[in-house]
Design a protein around this ligand. Structure first.
Ligand code: KIV
Length: 300
């Protein structure tokens, strides 16, 4: 397994994240759920790969992240880890995997690290998760926290909206960020948060902020890869900048292949396998013999 081999030089662990914050260097993070995309992302030099529970929307078509299971994240994480040499692999803890009690949260996080190869886990929530963060960190599990829009609370929130827009809500977000830092999280995702609040949080924390729809001040930017490359359906939120239209590329490739099959243009001789001349001769002899033998048999 790839993760049992020696680390690639420059492998990203916690000290590299801390150092980047100290030096004011921006880092980048993308989601991946399988081996080939993880490999492409890693080879491109992205610093962190998140095996996000966005797998529910992007890959499984669930419509939200609530149904995602630990097994689905685990299986994706194993594949992502095999395709990753340098980037830090972070596994999202899905809804229900850290909500019952701290022991279960630890057990599930350990499964993601031990069998999935995750090097950190991410959990959603603010002050209500402080004890879980502390406990995970006590058990040597690096934790990324996640505040602002927390998609696992979609039923409670009633939709995907920008969070922290009132002074009271903004103050609460800032307090939550500090509580999570004190609890031992090494980074905090800020999702759909006004850029002014993200700036205050980023400047006042020693740990890194990972922004998605939270403006340019965050230490690290994260996007769902499928949004960035145009592999999703429906309207995109305003923070998504689409850099490619891979959906169209795939559609066009499939259409060209279908047309080639139907017109007899695929496969060509070069795209199939022929018999060696010697075998052809032997086969002819064999078939002639069988024909003669068969004729004899039927006339006797
Ligand atoms: O699951 C996910 O992809 C995430 C990012 C949006 C941060 O949590």
């Amino acid at each position: 397994m790839a993760y049992l081999q020696p680390d690639k030089p420059g492998k990203v662990y916690l000290p590299a994240i801390r150092e980047a914050k100290e030096k004011g260097e921006k880092l980048v993070c993308l989601t991946a759920y399988d081996y080939p995309t993880a490999r492409i992302i890693d080879e491109a030099g992205v610093d962190m790969i998140l095996v996000g529970d966005s797998i529910g929307n992007v890959i499984h078509g669930y419509g939200n992240t609530i149904p995602v299971t630990l097994e689905e994240i685990l299986s994706a994480c194993i594949a992502v880890k095999r395709g990753t040499e340098r980037a830090m692999v972070i596994a999202d803890m899905p809804y229900g995997s850290y909500h019952i009690n701290e022991d279960e949260a630890v057990r599930n996080a350990i499964r993601l690290m031990k069998y999935g190869g995750a090097e950190a886990v991410k959990i959603e929530g603010g002050r209500n998760r402080v004890n879980i963060v502390k406990r995970l960190v006590d058990e040597e599990i690096p934790v990324v926290a996640h505040i602002g829009l927390t998609p696992q609370s979609v039923y409670k929130l009633g939709g995907y909206r920008v969070q922290g827009k009132t002074a009271e809500a903004a103050k609460r977000l800032i307090e939550d960020a500090h509580l999570l830092e004190e609890a031992g999280a090494f980074a905090i995702v800020l999702e759909l948060v006004p850029r002014e609040i993200a700036e205050i949080i980023t400047k006042s924390l020693k740990i890194s902020t990972i922004g998605i729809g939270a403006g340019a001040h965050c230490d690290i930017q994260v996007l769902v890869l499928h949004d960035l490359i145009g592999m999703t359906f429906g309207r995109q939120p305003r923070f998504v900048r689409q850099y490619a239209n891979v959906r169209q590329v795939i559609h066009d490739a499939i259409t060209s292949w279908m047309n080639d099959v139907k017109s007899g243009n695929y496969p060509s001789e070069q795209e199939s396998y022929g018999l060696p001349e010697e075998t052809k001769k032997e086969l002819n002899l064999l078939m002639n013999f069988q024909k003669a033998y068969g004729d004899n048999q039927s006339s006797s």
